[in-house]
Design a binder for this molecule. Structure first.
Ligand SMILES: *[C@@H]1O[C@H](CO)[C@@H](O)[C@H](O)[C@H]1NC(C)=O
Ligand SMILES: *[C@@H]1O[C@H](CO)[C@@H](O)[C@H](O)[C@H]1NC(C)=O
Ligand SMILES: *[C@@H]1O[C@H](CO)[C@@H](O)[C@H](O)[C@H]1NC(C)=O
Ligand SMILES: *[C@@H]1O[C@H](CO)[C@@H](O)[C@H](O)[C@H]1NC(C)=O
Ligand SMILES: *[C@@H]1O[C@H](CO)[C@@H](O)[C@H](O)[C@H]1NC(C)=O
Ligand SMILES: *[C@@H]1O[C@H](CO)[C@@H](O)[C@H](O)[C@H]1NC(C)=O
Length: 601
């Protein structure tokens, strides 16, 4: 099993040790001729890959050109504009023609998450989660236009010594910088910071957003950026489905993937076979560049850290105090101390400062994946009190910039699609510094974490300049979809609160909302056999959970007696396998989502 999980936790040093082992797993997408029909070739051992022309014009796939922009954008309302080539991957079905149920598409969120990476890492785990009948489906994912898989490319460019590491997946790709060295310089000059880090944080972020918006617009000489919007990705999903010979979409999308799924349902209500969206954002808020509602439950998620730590005790929670209030106070004191005195960290894997922004970002990141990250977060906070920032640094650092600069070869390529999609989708934001400051202050009434995604998205979009007039603008709703949507939320999702899921549900009469009773981003953040049971019923049998269903989580925060209860002992082998598979998926997809959050500058 190829594990592509948690790329950002790997240091350069660790990475180099894994290179030899992974050599056989790399796959050169550029060697594939884009096709109008799905012609599959073996890739990544057990998978099959193809590149799909979304339109009937042949793309001249020019490697050199891929270093920055592809020649020809794709416009569904004007076929003459050109094509996009989507990298599609599937874990093939293995049943007779009569039993075959077509493609089940997965989108891992972001936006900017690579479906290819995600499926390579998780395909077999998805099969385990869906159960024995999952072999009736082709489990399929794709790199949305503009987006780029990272991890295999990372390996490829390091491994193969290609003098042109322009081995790209889907095209066109959103890339703003001439070289990755230029991007690294940009990131160093305009680091992702809390809007509350200092009095000039908002003016600085606003200024950088305008600069980045200008760079993106000026270098978009092929004029592709305006075509990367979510409505076009929804159209692409219909194309992919039809290439498999099916008329209606079967889809599982998490986080931003919920915006994609709901947008599809609004645009093509009669093409819905199954749409399960998990970690549901308010799509209308998305299309108005106002994510304030998405942090409705973020502070509640932080409260679960305090409550869980107090309940777990000092052995399991290193940041323990007898009451939740005392733990909250302890964190406030630590935060105030770090604000005035950042901690330098120097480890074999890298170096930097644990400052206010990194501390806050570490906290927020842990809220996405509490069942996995809270113990480490607690250890990191306790160590930080003693002047040791290495644990927090290691869980939040960005990967080091790898560049064989002497040979002038680039580090792994990176796409800039997140801001292009997020802002290109939305209404045109023209906020002044005063206006974004007011916007942030208003959002901060909803959550103390408005300093990140809510505020930074608004600021980024204030600098964005590339829009397509005829893009889909909502409302994200449909009176009658050809099959009801299943929506899934948790009780304390830091980025996709129940309020957003309820708003989305109201737009799709007949849809059902399932609530998983625990904190975390998407249901994947915690093991729940109950939730998975409903997933299977929905996809395999078309049965929706009863309205108002709440599923318990089969774990406790900080691992407190999670595996010593009688309930746990009663699990069957199949259930154990499902829980193990869920952990593989969450360990893989959630770090990518939190990492993409930081691309919003
Ligand atoms: C399908 O499953 C059968 C039985 O497990 C196996 O022998 C065969 O190799 C599989 N075929 C494919 C294409 O995976
Ligand atoms: C953003 O949405 C919030 C509600 O979620 C609302 O209070 C606020 O006025 C909105 N801001 C703008 C600029 O539309
Ligand atoms: C860099 O260049 C040197 C000298 O030409 C060569 O020996 C070395 O192998 C090159 N490194 C890579 C990664 O290509
Ligand atoms: C900004 O940081 C200060 C100092 O840590 C804190 O008191 C304040 O509540 C923060 N503001 C917001 C809106 O979270
Ligand atoms: C909803 O759509 C289905 C099929 O797409 C159709 O049979 C049904 O009559 C529609 N219901 C309403 C209320 O429009
Ligand atoms: C859970 O099980 C593992 C190994 O089976 C054991 O090492 C660990 O101590 C157990 N944890 C608890 C909280 O019982």
């Amino acid at each position: 099993m190829i594990s592509l999980s948690r790329p950002f936790l790997f240091s350069a040093i660790l990475l180099s040790h894994t290179l030899a082992a992974r050599a056989a797993d790399t796959f050169l997408w550029d060697r594939l001729t884009p096709s109008q029909d799905l012609e599959w070739v073996q890739c990544y051992s057990t998978f099959q890959c193809t590149r799909l022309e979304a339109r009937s014009i042949n793309l001249r796939h020019d490697i050199k050109f891929l270093k920055r922009f592809v020649q020809v954008p794709l416009d569904y309302s004007d076929p003459n504009v050109g094509t996009a080539a989507l990298a599609v991957i599937r874990l093939p079905a293995n049943v007779s023609e009569a039993q075959y149920r077509g493609p089940l598409l997965f989108n891992p969120g972001g936006p900017g998450g690579s479906g290819v990476d995600s499926l390579v890492a998780n395909g077999p785990s998805f099969q385990a989660v869906l159960g024995s009948q999952s072999n009736q489906y082709d489990i399929v994912s794709f790199d949305p236009r503009g987006e780029l898989s990272e991890y295999p490319l990372h390996l490829m460019s390091l491994l193969s010594g290609l003098d042109d590491p322009g081995v790209r997946y889907s095209t066109p790709i959103a890339v703003f910088f001439e070289t990755d060295a230029e991007r690294a310089l940009w990131n160093a000059a305009a680091p992702f910071a809390s809007l509350n880090a200092s009095s000039d944080a908002i003016p600085q972020a606003w200024g950088h957003a305008h600069l980045l918006g200008a760079i993106a617009a000026q270098r978009d000489t092929s004029q592709i950026l305006k075509y990367l919007t979510t409505d076009n990705v929804a159209r692409d999903m219909l194309q992919i489905t039809q290439k498999f010979g099916f008329e209606k979409l079967q889809y599982y999308g998490i986080s931003y993937g919920s915006v994609l799924g709901a947008t599809f349902a609004a645009m093509f209500p009669d093409k819905v076979d199954r749409i399960l969206i998990d970690g549901v954002l308010d799509s209308d808020a998305w299309f108005s560049a106002n994510l304030t509602i998405e942090v409705t439950d973020t502070d509640k998620a932080l409260q679960t850290f305090f409550d869980g730590c107090a309940a777990a005790g000092p052995d399991l929670c290193a940041f323990y105090k007898p009451t939740a209030v005392e733990i909250a106070d302890r964190l406030t004191a630590l935060t105030a101390s770090i604000r005035t005195q950042p901690i330098p960290v120097l480890t074999p894997a890298g170096y930097g400062l644990v400052d206010y922004s990194l501390l806050r970002l570490s906290l927020l990141g842990a809220l996405y994946h509490p069942f996995s990250l809270f113990p480490t977060l607690a250890r990191g906070l306790a160590a930080l009190e003693n002047g040791d920032g290495s644990i927090l640094y290691s869980i939040s650092q960005e990967p080091a910039f790898l560049c064989d600069c002497a040979n002038n070869t680039a580090s792994p390529p990176t796409d800039d699609s997140t801001v292009a999609i997020e802002c290109g989708d939305a209404i045109e934001v023209t906020d002044s510094i005063e206006e974004v400051t007011e916007f942030y202050q208003n959002a901060a009434k909803t959550s103390q974490f408005a300093e990140f995604s809510v505020g930074s998205t608004r600021v980024s979009c204030a600098g964005w300049k590339v829009y397509r007039e005829d893009r889909f603008k909502g409302p994200v709703a449909a009176a009658n979809t050809s099959f009801p949507l299943l929506l899934v939320t948790t009780t304390a999702d830091p980025d996709a609160p129940k309020a957003a899921a309820l708003k989305t549900q109201a737009g799709f009469p007949g849809s059902v909302l399932l609530t998983q009773d625990g904190p975390g981003h998407t249901s994947l953040s915690a093991p729940s056999l109950c939730t998975i049971g409903y997933f299977r019923q929905y996809f395999l049998n078309g049965i929706l959970p009863p309205p108002g269903t709440v599923c318990p989580v089969d774990a406790t925060l900080f691992g407190a007696s999670a595996n010593s209860t009688s309930k746990r002992a009663a699990l069957s082998a199949d259930e154990e396998e499902v829980l193990a598979a869920l952990k593989v998926i969450s360990d893989s997809v959630l770090p990518v989502i939190t990492r993409k959050m930081r691309r919003r500058n």
